[in-house]
Design a protein around this ligand. Sequence first.
Ligand SMILES: Nc1ncnc2c1ncn2[C@@H]1O[C@H](COP(=O)(O)OP(=O)(O)OP(=O)(O)O)[C@@H](O)[C@H]1O
Length: 390
Amino acid sequence: MGAEVVIEGLTKSFGRQTIWRDVTLTLPPGEVSVMLGPSGTGKSVFLKSMIGLLKPDRGKCMINGVDIVRCSEHKLYETRKLFGVLFQDGALFGSMNLYDNVAFPLREHTKKSETEIRRIVFEKLEMTGLAGAEKKLPGEISGGMRKRAGLARALVLDPEIILVDEPDSGLDPVRTTYISQLFLDVNAQSDATFLIVTHNINLARTVPDNLGMLFRKELVMFGPREVLLTSEEPVVKQFLNGRMDGPIGMSEEKDSATIAAERAMFEAGHHAGGVEEVTGIPEQMQPAPGMPERMGARRRKDRVMKILHNLPPEAQEGIIDSLTPEEQAHYGVHPRHAAPPRNQTVQTGPVAQRHRGQLPSDQVAQIPDGSWPRTEGSTERLRNPGPGGA
Ligand SMILES: Nc1ncnc2c1ncn2[C@@H]1O[C@H](COP(=O)(O)OP(=O)(O)OP(=O)(O)O)[C@@H](O)[C@H]1O
């Protein structure tokens, strides 16, 4: 199982420029999370801080009991081995063919024989749809293939946490969906914890279990996808619809006078851009047929049902609607539009509080005893996460 990442009060500045402050969130193990944010809000800086390439000024980033903000160089080196990182351009060595690029971390960080390396490299190339391309140089392949090669390389050390920086950059919408499918397939096969930073709305709406957003040097929110997708926060709504109408401006944010002047312009009929308003919670993408079930998604159901009463009503409704009738019966909930069965209480709380940041750590990915019935294999994996399991 992937590692849990607990971030508390993280703050990063460059000189006098604060990039973001007091970021608090938990990446639940084995789940897929996406961090959104307008350009320049510090998403890449956030990823780099998580792997210790940049040093935050304050706060904690705990991974398997190690605070990577304050730990020794040796601990940091060891903890970094838990990460696989896919950079925007794949970050491949231009003079090495794909085979050597993918083999590189194994040759650098392990004592594996060339036979074993060959087995692993071919396995990861196959997994990322690159079988047969091993002799190609990065300059001879498309941007999409370069990203998949970067992913193959990120996977060779069997990471517990996979960080992805703007997977859609330079890709058309269809290729972006294919690489999103690949992330979910890899997640199903590895149960690794994913964090993807992007401003791609399609990806954000359909891929992750959890969604967050950075804006104005703060984490606007982070939590189950249904919370952000049903949010009434102006900045979230504007971002999800890609419109000019709202607090996000040409260079990150607008002052109130500009917002008011633009509002008047849009009310007078000027097109605010974007398409018609997109609302609601689209169905989440699933692993391709033949892939194992996503254990992270299964654990998430238990986790989210435990915090359901703390979520805004629209998010509660979306979560309940996404369950099968059997799951709804198991958790003792039913859709708001259906009449409650007799003698059964509806678990929809009155809480409409702004859901900021943290999923309480005592509610993250704890599987209750006698929980939702599991298939044999999945029960086994949950009980015995195996070597390297969190
Ligand atoms: N090493 C650095 N030294 C000084 N400033 C930096 C450094 N790295 C990033 N920044 C600044 O931090 C801010 C956030 O940059 P970052 O690349 O993280 O934004 P982003 O949200 O990933 O943007 P985009 O979506 O456009 O990639 C920018 O103002 C950038 O200039």
